[in-house]
Design a protein around this ligand. Structure first.
Ligand SMILES: Cc1cc2nc3c(=O)[nH]c(=O)nc-3n(C[C@H](O)[C@H](O)[C@H](O)COP(=O)(O)OP(=O)(O)OC[C@H]3O[C@@H](n4cnc5c(N)ncnc54)[C@H](O)[C@@H]3O)c2cc1C
Length: 527
């Protein structure tokens, strides 16, 4: 069946009180959709997704609405806001298609090291990337402004120019995108076109509260089923069919998957017992190793109108910082970036032509702003996730400990220096006010007129690039087949399993992983 008219996608209110499947996938997100589509070719599959359908409001997911959709925190929106214990605002996807419904679209493969570290078959991985790309991925339009960023990156020494490629190689490149040239978004939900419609059922607004287990005398706990609620607060149970090949697969994302393991009794006893959660398995590593790649940026007012562009060009530096950019948005809508207008009027009341032009751009033409960001690769700093309560709708407590490790701060400083060099490059000169200094641009982000070191700038203005991961890491909570240690019939397949976020951006690898593991699971079932 073709998107958007899939007949197998229904509201959870239509689910029976009890039903049986070969595979129950919790979370119809970036990894969950390709996994479900693949498994359904040879098994009966249920997908339970807490959010709604991206096909019902396609305007919301158009490229130009990226920031307003991410920051829309109304109850049935595609994005749920949370603030980490570090005090940094963040967002969780909440829709069929998961993060691909609200993200910035960049599509870029993992480094080969990721495949090696996880013991993955390179040919199958490459085939699985191709399967995703045939359905979703587009070549970007490189606007005049993005061309200036590209040439500025080359002047700043992010060499060589590698042209258009999905590969993760040092230098500057044009990247793929799930946003097409007409501004339409293609999401992981579209991968359900590959599913067998007779063998798959997808319930929307189906919030899973816990996984249930059986335990025979002397044997390990075995996942048995899940309890979920529809949006009329009616309880449903989905159970695995008999047979050792049936499985529950958690694909609820880096916040949702560790949270559900904990709620289901798999986690550190000192955390579970005070909440009255019956312990299934004492597992100290659930919720550990949470990391979020720090993002820092400059917002640069342009004297000439800017085209509306998002992330066509990426710089991959040798020192572990990635440069990405967008233009033409009203960035004041972004949670975490304080209102630029307020910044300006409070802190930039100087006179002079350049300042007036600068201020007028921010206040009257916010879409003439450009944003160049740097992402710190593979942060060493790690944090944790803990339950606040036994209510699945309560966002867990998450701390990422940004810049706890000096190495992460060093990468940020070098990344910021690269951005400054791009902005000061000859190629970029027509898109910046000539009298505006680097210090003005830094001050605009810090919101003060006091100069600070780049180290302090990184710490004070850190934001998220939303690539948070960990909590159920390979080698700590799951094995290399993504099976949860110590229990049977349960896997986790999503970003919570990552020891680091692959590539410049993770979604390509998450969709690849869903397809890859679907094929691996079907192969092992046949044996
Ligand atoms: C604003 C933003 C911009 C980004 N930009 C990019 C980018 O340009 N390129 C890129 O590669 N990556 C980007 N990312 C990151 C990328 O989108 C995510 O890393 C990725 O989507 C995570 O995939 P996942 O499968 O781990 O989880 P998700 O895609 O989040 O899927 C998890 C699903 O589980 C559901 N769920 C959770 N709990 C439950 C429950 N209890 N019951 C039922 N369902 C549940 C959720 O609703 C969700 O749909 C961005 C992310 C965001 C938020």
């Amino acid at each position: 069946e073709k998107a958007p008219n899939f007949s197998f996608i229904q509201e959870a209110t239509s689910a029976p009180a009890v039903s049986f499947y070969d595979y129950i996938i919790i979370g119809g997100g970036t990894a969950g959709c390709p996994l479900a589509a693949t498994l359904s070719r040879n098994a009966n599959v249920l997908v339970l997704e807490r959010g709604g359908s991206p096909y019902l409001n396609t305007t919301k997911i158009r490229t130009e609405n990226f920031l307003s959709t991410v920051t829309d925190n109304s109850p049935d929106s595609f994005s749920e806001a949370f603030i980490s214990e570090d005090g940094v605002p963040n967002h969780r996807p909440r829709a069929l298609g998961g993060g691909t419904v609200i993200n910035a679209g960049i599509y870029s493969h993992a480094e080969t090291f990721f495949l090696k570290q996880n013991g993955m078959d390179e040919a199958l991985a490459s085939d699985s990337y191709g399967w995703v790309e045939r359905k979703l991925v587009h070549k970007p339009i490189v606007s005049q402004w993005q061309s200036a960023v590209r040439d500025g990156l080359l002047e700043a020494g992010v060499l060589p120019y590698n042209g258009f490629t999905y590969d993760h190689i040092n230098g500057t490149k044009a990247v793929g995108s799930i946003l097409d040239r007409n501004g339409n978004r293609h999401t992981a939900a579209d991968l359900l076109e590959y599913a067998d419609p007779k063998r798959i059922k997808v319930y929307l607004h189906a919030v899973v509260h816990k996984i249930t287990f059986t335990r025979k005398e002397g044997s390990r706990p075995q996942a048995q089923g899940v309890i979920f609620y529809d949006d009329k607060a009616v309880r449903h149970t989905a159970l695995l069919k008999n047979g050792s090949t049936s499985e529950i697969i958690l694909s609820a994302g880096a916040i949702g998957s560790p949270q559900l393991l904990l709620l289901s009794g798999i986690g550190p006893v000192p955390q579970l017992e005070p909440l009255g959660i019956q312990v299934v398995l004492n597992q100290a590593m659930v919720g550990q190793g949470m990391a979020d790649n720090p993002l820092n940026s400059l917002i640069i007012p342009s004297p000439t109108p800017l085209e509306f562009t998002i992330n066509a060009i990426v710089g991959i530096t040798k020192f572990g910082s990635y440069i990405e950019s967008s233009s033409g948005f009203d960035y004041s809508a972004l949670a975490g970036a304080q209102t630029l207008t307020n910044h300006f009027t409070t802190n930039f009341n100087q006179d002079g032509e350049s300042f007036r032009a600068f201020r007028d751009t921010i206040t009257n033409s916010p879409t003439n702003l450009a944003n160049i960001v740097e992402k710190v690769d593979g942060p060493i700093s790690k944090g944790y996730l803990e339950l606040r309560s036994t209510n699945v709708s309560d966002n867990p407590r998450v701390r990422f400990n940004y810049f706890q490790a000096p190495e992460d701060l060093r990468k940020c400083v070098q990344g910021m220096k690269t951005i400054i060099n791009v902005v000061n490059s000859k190629s970029y000169s027509r898109f910046r006010y000539s009298n505006t200094t680097t210090q003005d641009l830094l001050n605009m982000i810090t919101g003060t007129s006091m100069p600070v070191s780049l180290e302090q700038f990184c710490i004070d203005t850190v934001r998220t690039i939303w690539h948070y991961h960990g909590g159920c890491q390979v080698g700590k909570v799951v094995d290399r087949d993504y099976k949860v240690f110590g229990v049977d019939s349960l896997r986790v397949i999503d970003g919570s399993t990552f020891n680091f976020s692959p590539g410049t951006n993770p979604q390509a690898t998450l969709m690849m992983l869903g397809r890859y593991m679907g094929r691996r699971i079907l192969q092992s079932k046949r044996r």
